[in-house]
Design a protein. Structure first.
Length: 340
């Protein structure tokens, strides 16, 4: 991989990256000069799959990633306030965005979202004035516009399909509004596949920056109702290749099991109020042997031996001295909603 660059004053501009690898890490500095700009067509037409941009970057030239048809993952900082025309033209495979924002600074998050209309998984790292980092994991569903002609009236108008455009409007003065995002959950529940909605809910609960207790309760209720899909997604996170887009980390199934038992702690980062405790308690019906058996079966099928061991130990401790475990083994399990 060859990097062509220009030094201007105390800064550096990357003009072109020639014959890049699948993973491109743009350097923070060139000859001691911070990299603040990427030139026009810097990576256009290449086979880059994952791109990591430097923290001082503030400008990307026109058509910088034009025709990067394999580009799927972008890691960047929010200081890129000058995005060139056609930056992501013909780069439709982008499915994951990891962005670091800084308290008190303007962010390019809104501009990036407006350029990416496909289903996008986003991880936001919010750096506070004290240096502490908080994280949110969001999903922005796909949307597209279709131009329809009304022949008798001799006019055309745009029809928008998918609820993703609503999620991309959750900004006030470039500041992302987490409450506005969470308020849209009723729309995504009826318009998107169950697997995507469940992953969205799990992501908000497990990384709850900006999440209010009222909204957390709705997410928890959905996860409890769709416990089987939630379990399968968390098991898949244990065994998936890291390059596959997901907002879930390995090792999350015990959290779900605790949630189903009604003994889960209030979600990290949410307010521990008495009202919240009552809501948590009233929504929990406990975990049945059938549910544990379903999780064990899914973990075995996925080859997640560590989780199989944990689940079997949990089942022994949970149902020791009762006939629940024996009864559950004789019940027919529900048909799987998707294959592992």
């Amino acid at each position: 991989m060859e990097i062509q660059y220009t030094l201007t004053g105390q800064e550096a501009r990357i003009d072109r990256i020639v014959d890049p690898d699948a993973l491109v890490i743009v350097p923070e500095e060139v000859e001691g000069h911070p990299v603040t700009e990427l030139g026009a067509y810097v990576l256009s037409g290449t086979d880059v799959e994952e791109l990591r941009l430097p923290s001082h970057l503030v400008r990307i030239g026109a058509y910088g990633f034009y025709g990067c048809r394999k580009l799927a993952r972008i890691y960047c900082h929010s200081r890129i306030l000058d995005l060139g025309t056609g930056l992501f033209a013909d780069a439709r495979q982008i499915e994951f965005l990891d962005i670091t924002e800084y308290e008190g600074e303007k962010s390019c998050f809104k501009d990036l979202l407006s350029e990416l209309r496909q289903t996008l998984r986003v991880r936001i790292h919010r750096v506070g004035a004290d240096g502490q980092v908080k994280e949110a994991r969001l999903i922005f569903p796909e949307y597209y516009e279709e131009w329809v002609e009304n022949t008798p009236a001799r006019i055309t108008f745009a029809e928008t399909h998918g609820c993703g455009h609503r999620y991309r409007y959750c900004f006030v003065n470039r500041e992302f509004q987490y409450a506005g995002y969470d308020a849209l959950f009723p729309h995504v529940k009826v318009q998107e596949p169950e697997e995507l909605v469940t992953e969205l809910a799990l992501g908000r609960l497990l990384s709850p920056y900006g999440l209010k207790e009222e909204d957390a309760g709705r997410y928890r209720a959905y996860v409890r109702e769709h416990w089987e899909t939630a379990g399968q997604l968390l098991i898949l996170a244990d065994v998936r290749d890291h390059e596959e887009a997901t907002n879930l980390e390995a090792g999350g199934l015990p959290w779900l099991v605790e949630l189903l038992t009604g003994q889960a702690e209030m979600d990290k980062g949410t307010k521990n109020t008495e009202a919240g405790k009552r809501s948590e308690a009233s929504g929990a019906n406990g975990i049945a042997g059938e549910q544990v058996a379903a999780f064990i079966e899914a973990a075995q099928k996925a080859g997640d031996t560590e989780m199989v061991s944990w689940l079997m130990d949990f089942r022994h401790r949970r149902f020791a001295g009762t006939d629940e475990e024996g009864e559950s083994s004789r019940r027919p399990l529900r048909k799987r909603r998707f294959e592992l």
